[in-house]
Design a protein around this ligand. Structure first.
Ligand SMILES: Nc1ncnc2c1ncn2[C@@H]1O[C@H](COP(=O)(O)OP(=O)(O)OP(=O)(O)O)[C@@H](O)[C@H]1O
Ligand code: SF4
Ligand SMILES: [Mg+2]
Length: 336
């Protein structure tokens, strides 16, 4: 039996989460070329909490590990290390398999490409009914049909849309269908991986507003992933910034934009035209992301960091008060 979490505990607790991928060449090539096995640390010791009813966003450049974190949080990918617990139930402890199964119903994921995540051969009604049937949420075809109509109306579509196929809808409408399906299982926690990145800007705003309305209506908790800081600012209560598999800063949404602390966060914000202050010389994001198979030593951001000093090359900074940086945490003086 799992113990009940303390009443003030975070709804989602992620601790020291790690994921290593074996990216070695095939065995025969390795033997012929005398090449060693190669491993890629996609996620390297990530910890964060998500409170009930909030939107926690993960941002970072492409390849920083955002989707890998998301897939581990919902249980689509086993971690190489660390833990995820949701409402006090460990998502990787075999001893609580039954409780975890019940928990699965309460967690849903929305992906970037709604067309790929909706079965093109199924009518929308069947797509939305799938979780209702799989989890035995409602019995009786009449009641299921009524619920499908209700869900379609909730996301701004018409009950008659249940009879159509996904290809008959626009990208934004398909994302509405994906949201209706996520709500069909009475989900409480929704992990959204770049949910609006494939949509036109005007449609993006409509979908984001719909997600916020639904959050207020049902008290939903979101893990919201995006590389777009303007979108994140619109949505997030708190924001975690990822760089090469590590979380380098976690701040309240407003604070991150008004007073970014980590040099990488400052670089990211500086690169967004509509966020930085008018009249200020813009620096932009400098340099390339290093190869994650062979990352830089110490703080992996040091080759791009304007504040880097000797210690940064040898020691990975610990996260202190939400920031992983020797300079910000005042260690520069101590190291000198
Ligand atoms: N199945 C896999 N096998 C090998 N490497 C992988 C696999 N999945 C992800 N990676 C690698 O792990 C790293 C993190 O990938 P991930 O998709 O989590 O990044 P991301 O932050 O979501 O990027 P994007 O913004 O492009 O979606 C990348 O270097 C990626 O190439
Ligand atoms: S630890 Fe050093 S290299 Fe890393 S962000 Fe801070 S100052 Fe820059
Ligand atoms: Mg991704």
């Amino acid at each position: 039996m799992s113990q009940l979490p303390p009443p003030d505990a975070a709804f989602v607790q992620v601790r020291d989460l790690k994921r290593v991928f074996d990216v070695s060449k095939p065995w025969l090539n390795r033997v012929l070329e005398h090449a060693p096995k190669q491993y890629l640390k996609a996620v390297d010791g990530v910890s964060f909490d998500i409170r009930k009813g909030e939107t926690f966003a993960l941002v970072g450049e492409s390849g920083s590990g955002k989707s890998t974190v998301a897939r581990m949080v919902v249980g689509l990918l086993p971690p190489s290390g660390g833990t995820v617990s949701i409402a006090g139930i460990s998502m990787n402890d075999v001893a609580v398999a039954q409780e975890r199964q019940r928990m699965r119903r309460r967690i849903q994921m929305i992906f970037q490409d709604p067309y790929a995540s909706l079965n093109p051969r199924w009518r929308v009604g069947r797509i939305i009914a799938e979780p209702i049937r799989a989890f035995d949420i409602i019995e009786g075809e009449g009641d299921i049909t009524a619920r499908i109509g209700e869900l379609l109306t909730l996301v701004g579509l018409h009950p008659d849309d249940a009879k159509k196929f996904p290809h008959e809808f626009s990208g934004g409408q398909r994302q509405r269908i994906a949201i209706a399906r996520a709500l069909a299982s009475n989900a409480e926690f929704i992990v959204c991986d770049e949910p609006t990145s494939a949509l036109d800007v005007s449609v993006q705003a409509q979908i984001l507003n719909l997600m916020r309305d639904l959050q207020q209506k049902f008290g939903l908790t979101y893990l919201f992933i995006s590389h777009n800081l303007a979108v994140v600012r619109h949505m997030a209560t708190r924001i975690g910034v990822m760089y090469l598999g590590r979380l380098v800063e976690v701040s309240e949404g407003k604070q991150l934009f008004s007073a970014p602390r980590h040099p990488y966060t400052r670089m990211l914000l500086d690169a967004v035209p509509d966020l930085a202050m008018v009249g200020k010389a813009r620096e932009g994001v400098k340099g390339e992301i290093p190869n994650p198979i062979n990352p830089p030593s110490g703080c992996t951001f040091h080759p791009r960091c304007p504040l880097a000093f000797d210690r940064c090359k040898v020691e990975n900074p610990a996260v202190i008060d939400g920031v992983a940086c020797h300079a910000v945490n005042g260690d520069r003086a101590a190291a000198a």
